[in-house]
Design a protein around this ligand. Sequence first.
Ligand code: THU
Length: 138
Amino acid sequence: MSDVVDWDLLVARAEAARGNAHAPYSGFSVGSALWVGDGQVFAGCNVENAAFPSAQCAEASAIGVMISAVGAVPIRAVVVATRGDTLTWPCGNCRQKLAEFAAPDALVMAVTETRRSPPRRLTDLLPAAFVDFEAQPR
Ligand code: THU
């Protein structure tokens, strides 16, 4: 059923994107893939720059692909794929970026070439995310 997260597909798409990472400065290639339901997957890689702070994380690239393709739809599952053995979770900035579009129960899985984590809730990785200040009293 297309509404059930296809983790194998999501991992494959994240790893394929990781293969295109532009990471000559850190040597740390990252791929990410987003599941939004109906079998739709959007993937991206990290894109570094000679001006180091201008680097873009893989999750941000994937979000850009999603927004460009279908606009703001709820993200239900995320994979972050790195190389080697050590699992890598989204950086703090990317947790906030994902939270902007995440479904309330969105799951995140970290994978390497040798391991897959159990899925974790984005809300566990980023409790008390900053939310739209327009909705708050000022
Ligand atoms: N990076 C990501 O792509 N995602 C993260 O969540 C953390 C870090 C990238 C940024 C940079 O290109 C490299 O990993 C090293 O920090």
